[in-house]
Write a protein that binds this ligand. Structure first.
Ligand code: BGC
Length: 458
């Protein structure tokens, strides 16, 4: 008997049936795509954006990198529990980067906005002093990975927090001004904030720097989002440079589903996650896809099957009962075992004080993890295919970044296989390439800062 057959037999029928609702057929995925496309069209029009769940913000980035960008730049990267300050030197194809990671403590993530920006300014100050660039008035690109209604390349109004952040007095404010105000309190530094961008935009730019065919940027990390290159004529009321043909649109697809569009596939586990999140009712697509939530989804399924006495002889382990105790990285670990081998699986379960799982327990746990991550990869694929169909071009490179995509052993392959299946058959000679971004948030910020700063020769 082949290992594959053995494995299938080892999965309890209850688990296989119970995970069925996570199994999305192509026809269901196509329904999601239709709904997503409708929301994108609403978002691209200012008169209907209010009612769109997918806001499609203009980024004011209208040029892909030329490869001739030159100079020294600072970059800030805020989008998760860590934030980074970077010093980047660009010179043609040469790229040099120094960076430092700073922690954003939980109390700052949930505290007053002013405190967050003071923290950022103080880290930037110590970094700039250490690298002797504090007074050079270097151009800075700010990668700020939360939904921003941009009103220019260096101006963006925060529309909501996501990914566990919730700072008071910031929604509705221009975050560049908040940063400038915090920087102005410090005499020892002089810095010119020339651009604010989303991490998806940074990813697209950094991949396009190497591969000019890159037209989509996707993040599959703590959160999830995508941007793409849109024709100006499709952006109603575009107020940027109309002499240029394109602009990058930040879709903010994480909020897809917030108006009920995904209710037809949301499971009780999705609803439970949402209920216990800091932003209930919001970012519902993101909560089905991204690294912040997948581990918790798997945990809820494991608890359900344990209660049903299908796993661990019905014994519920107290550690596993703690919310968020099953990390998304555990899914990647478990799925990295070769088929029929449970070394990583036992290792992970050991961390949760489950010391003597049977092979059948392990098979079931792996199947649960695979069901959760496959659904996420397919939903992300449906999103990418929607954008490719909209752009209607046959050959596209999709820049991707984020810990989930980077570390999950099968995410890339699942997407690589599924995206072409969902693209319009009318697009001839379809060629889609998924390209792992190399530090999009840093390099992308520098590339955009280069285009936004006066010392750029282009
Ligand atoms: C944010 C996006 C961001 C994504 C990935 C989402 O929660 O709304 O702006 O691009 O996370 O970091």
């Amino acid at each position: 008997m082949k290992i594959e057959e053995l494995r299938i037999q080892d999965i309890s029928p209850e688990v296989r049936n119970g995970c069925q609702e996570l199994n999305l057929s192509d026809s269901v995925l196509r329904q999601c795509m239709e709904k997503l496309r409708a929301q994108i069209d609403l978002g691209l029009n200012p008169s209907t954006r209010e009612q769109a769940s997918v806001k499609c913000y203009n980024t004011y980035v209208q040029d892909l990198p030329t490869g001739k960008e030159k100079g020294q730049f600072l970059a800030l990267d805020l989008g998760g529990t860590n934030f980074r300050v970077l010093l980047i030197t660009l010179n043609g194809r040469h790229f040099d980067m120094q960076s430092k990671i700073y922690v954003v403590p939980k109390e700052i993530m949930l505290g007053a906005g002013e405190v967050l920006f003071d923290h950022i300014a103080s880290c930037l100050e110590s970094f700039a002093l250490q690298h002797r660039v504090a007074k050079k008035n270097l151009p800075l690109g700010f990668t700020f990975s939360f939904p921003l209604n941009q009103v220019g390349l260096k101006s963006g109004i925060l529309t909501r927090w996501t990914k566990g952040f919730n700072c008071a007095n910031t929604v509705g404010e221009d975050v560049v001004q908040m940063l400038a105000k915090a920087l102005a309190k410090r005499d020892s530094i002089k810095i010119d904030v020339v651009a604010i961008l989303n991490d998806t935009t940074g990813t697209l730019m950094s991949c396009a720097w190497k591969n000019h065919n890159c037209k989509v940027g996707v993040i599959l990390g703590t959160g999830s989002n995508a941007c793409y290159v849109e024709k100006i004529k499709n952006v109603i009321g575009f107020d940027g440079d109309t002499s240029k043909p394109h602009v990058i649109i930040n879709t903010e697809w994480g909020a897809f589903g917030d108006h009920g569009e995904l209710d037809f596939i949301r499971t009780p586990y999705d609803k439970e996650i949402d209920k216990h999140s800091v932003n209930p009712g919001k970012q519902l697509h993101e909560k089905m896809i991204s690294g912040m939530y997948l581990g918790e989804l798997a945990r809820l399924l494991i608890i359900k099957f344990t209660k049903d006495k299908v796993l661990f002889g019905g014994q519920i382990n107290p550690k596993l009962q703690e919310r968020w105790s099953f990390l998304t990285e555990y899914i990647s670990d478990i799925e990295s075992d070769p088929r029929g081998v449970f070394k990583q699986c036992r290792n992970v379960l050991g961390k949760l004080n489950i010391l003597d799982p049977t092979d059948q327990d392990c098979s079931n746990i792996r199947y649960i993890c695979e069901s959760v991550s496959r659904r996420a990869a397919y939903l992300a694929s449906a999103g990418v295919a929607t954008l490719i169909n909209k752009m209607d071009i046959p050959s596209v490179t999709v820049g991707v970044d984020g810990s989930l995509y980077r570390f999950h052993p099968h995410f890339h392959n699942l997407m690589h296989e599924k995206i072409p299946e969902l693209c319009n058959s009318s697009i001839e000679n379809l060629c889609i390439n998924l390209m792992l971004s190399e530090d999009g948030s840093g390099r992308g910020a520098a590339l955009i800062a280069a285009s936004g700063s006066e010392n750029n020769p282009e």
